[in-house]
Design a protein around this ligand. Structure first.
Ligand code: ADP
Length: 475
């Protein structure tokens, strides 16, 4: 638990920016310093070696031309030159003749001795040996002395030179570089801290804005800083406004529900009160009032059952009980049930089917949805009118049309008729026992089946509802 919290805190944008800026500075800086140091080292030590090689070669040539290898004591000049060269390089020079014997040594220690060393022996084969010993601060060069006419090795010259001065220069450079590194790292640290602070400022103001929204101080987020954050803010604000709308519609629904439920109760109360206040009311009046009260109770019960149906629809689509349903049979049974109501007003109720249609639907819910449409077509019709129901399908969808010759719906009301409790003509709807919930239930059911419903209407001519539902249900 603690560990994950630690990792979460550790993995912050601020830290990421801090490390990135630091790395972006430190890595090139280190590479630059290494390259610089190696270059200076190469220049200082390399040029020292080249110079020593050249001087030694000149000395070897002089040794050959002066016949020094055969009579060293005869050439005092050359011995002096060697002494001077050894002094210049703060080192030592030894010359060996063809018989491996040391014939000259600037410190006079090895004269007359034989130096049997692997590198010296290799020089007799013409190989030049060069070695830098940083601990001893010396550069050792062993070279063959070759004849000027042919390449015959006549002897060997070994020269050592001090590189203390060059190493001291390198050491001082290294010290300066370390100092520079420390200073630059401090500057980089400050820069990284500053950058990591700057980068999270818009996030901090967004956090503050979210806090204000959550406490209800403001209703939407302020756009901040980066374009990416602005995009998030815009998306968040649209969710917020959707939630606000949802809340408003919920409140409106609750107030509508209480109003609708209160209306029949108020009527009942008025009817009952008037009966009670009446002295010696005739029995016929009692009967009439009781019938009215009974009607109001039926109405209350209808509103409650419609509300319950609607609440059920609002639950997830998983509540659907899908099965393969013969749609012709389903429509016929609806029409059969509603035929007596239509007959009361001499309304012609006919069904037209273009083909047998089987679809994956929730039979109970779809029956309720289509019944509402046909019931409305009868309710809002004129006497002696007609209601035509048709069923058709292609390979993907089925199409149901409910067409009537009724009163029609004004154009400006068309968008509203699917809203809960909306009624074009309140009085008429009340008369016919409408609750204003029928079309809301129908639309919900059709949407749960991934279908769509449309309405076309002309005032005083009639209305057509057309429904399209996929034949195969997909969640
Ligand atoms: P109600 O219970 O009032 O019928 P609905 O939700 O079923 O509620 O319908 C909402 C309103 O739409 C009705 O009050 C009515 O004014 C109008 N309406 C619905 N169907 C038709 C129709 N076929 N012809 C004319 N008006 C209709």
């Amino acid at each position: 638990m603690k560990k994950t919290k630690f990792i979460k805190n550790f993995y912050s944008l601020r830290l990421l920016v801090f490390l990135l800026v630091l790395l972006a500075g430190v890595v090139p800086l280190s590479i630059l310093e290494v390259v610089l140091y190696q270059n200076v080292r190469q220049t200082l030590l390399g040029s020292r070696e080249t110079e020593l090689r050249n001087q030694t070669l000149i000395m070897a040539n002089q040794i050959v031309t002066a016949g020094y290898l055969y009579n060293a004591s005869a050439s005092i000049n050359l011995t002096g030159e060697m002494q001077q060269m050894a002094k210049d390089y703060d080192g030592r020079i030894m010359v060996m003749d063809a018989s491996f014997m040391v014939i000259s040594d600037t410190v006079d220690v090895n004269v007359g001795r034989f130096l049997i060393d692997a590198n010296v022996l290799a020089a007799y084969d013409g190989t030049v040996y060069s070695h830098m010993d940083e601990e001893q601060e010396t550069l050792l060069l062993i070279m063959p002395i070759q004849s000027t006419s042919n390449d015959t090795v006549l002897g060997v010259i070994a020269v050592s030179s001090s590189i203390a001065q060059q190493l001291a220069q390198l050491g001082s450079l290294q010290g300066k570089l370390v100092l520079l590194t420390v200073m630059l790292v401090i500057v980089l640290l400050v820069l990284a801290l500053w950058a990591s602070h700057i980068v999270v400022i818009p996030f901090a103001s967004l956090k503050e804005s979210v806090k204000q929204v959550s406490t209800g101080t403001v209703s939407s987020l302020n756009p901040v800083g980066y374009s990416e954050l602005t995009e998030i803010t815009v998306a968040f604000n649209s969710i917020l406004s959707q939630l606000q709308k949802l809340d408003e519609s919920r409140q409106e629904f609750v107030s509508n529900v209480s109003h609708e439920l209160k209306t029949p109760i108020t009527s009942i109360r008025v009817l009952a009160d008037s009966l009670m206040t009446m002295e010696d009311a005739p029995i016929e009046l009692y009967k009439e009032f009781m019938e009215d009260i009974s009607k109001e109770i039926d109405r209350e019960a209808k509103i409650i059952s419609d509300l319950l149906a609607l609440v059920k629809m609002d639950k997830s689509a998983a509540a659907l009980e899908i099965s393969k349903v013969d749609m012709n049979e389903l429509l016929n049974s609806i029409l059969h049930r509603l035929l007596p109501i239509a007959k009361q007003r001499n309304i012609e109720l006919v069904m037209e089917s273009f083909r047998p249609v089987t679809a994956e639907v929730d039979e109970t819910k779809l029956t309720l949805a289509i019944s509402n449409l046909v019931e409305n077509a009868i309710k809002y019709n004129v006497d002696n009118g007609f209601v035509h129901v048709s069923l058709n399908a292609d390979h993907r969808y089925m199409y149901i049309k409910v067409q009537d010759s009724g009163v029609g719906i004004p154009e400006d009301c068309l968008d509203l008729i699917f809203d809960r409790f909306y009624r074009v003509d309140k009085a008429r709807s009340r008369e016919t026992g409408g609750t204003g919930l029928g079309l809301a239930i129908t639309k919900s059911v059709i949407q749960m089946h991934n279908g769509a419903i449309r309405v076309y209407s002309k005032l005083n001519e009639g209305t057509t509802f057309s429904v399209r539902i996929p034949l195969n249900y997909k969640e």
